[in-house]
Design a protein around this ligand. Sequence first.
Ligand SMILES: [Zn+2]
Length: 333
Amino acid sequence: MNLAPKTIQRIPVIVISGFLGSGKTTLLNRLLTQLPRSAVIINEFGATPIDQQLLREHNIPLSTLSGGCLCCQVRDALAPVLKNLRMAWENSSEKPFDRIIIETSGVANPEPVLDVLLKQNWLSARYSLQGVIATISALNGAEVIDRFPEAHAQIAWADTIAITHSDLADAGQLKILQNRISQLSPTAKCLEVINGDVELEHLLAFPTKYRYLGGEIADLPDHGFNSVTLQFEKPLTWTRLEPLLHNLMAKYSENLVRFKGLIFDPIFDHPLLIQGAPGVLHPPAHLPARESDDFVSRLVFIMAGSIDGLADDMLQQINLTSNLNHPLELNHA
Ligand SMILES: [Zn+2]
């Protein structure tokens, strides 16, 4: 009789965190082109998931946890998703994936996610944490770290820090951010990553970092972010939308920390992905058309603090610019 303990193959897990608008999904998208045998768990703060649209070209097992953040509101949902993925993996003779990548919401503290992975016995026997990547924008990273404890925690917990948007920032901004990071996370590896373009070996060669997870994680205070989703069933053109978004960015300036959406502009036969963060409205990304496209445009806005007034402002402006666009639904998350 063989008494040797049965060894269980552990599936590697990579966690990607990073503040709102810092380019997590762009990085993930590029990673998946090089690591197609990945299962992905995406956590989005807004009630309407948008990030998964950016990944629509990849044929991967994708789970979405939306309408809250992984470190508090949907924290308990993570373990069952990981359990289900593992069961599916074990029950399949052709293992459907080789690793799991978890993308946390932009306002999540990564610690509770690591806590689930490393301290729940059933999971920790079946998964091994490969490393934690945090993205941070060179445009506003230092201010974001100082203003939002969530961003501070993301940098502090990261093994590898991907500095994004360095092509849009000046040398001074970049230097300030690099100094701030080296104070906060001196052992982390720092890489500049433009448009998700990074050599995999560099990104995934995680430095050995001493990770201390405390006992019980205290109840986290409410992050104080609010989101709203606007949904448009009539065509919404980018030429009309762009100036409105600039107006909103000016009016709500620093408190409008993130907006993103998928719009169906009748000029194109495919959807456009819209993304912005304080001080930057990215050009729309053209996504491949899908049979499942419902031609309903959706925009998600996330504010630090109260979101009162923003939806009304947006809708009023859209109605002023055209009576073709009737906002049909408002969801507050
Ligand atoms: Zn949270």
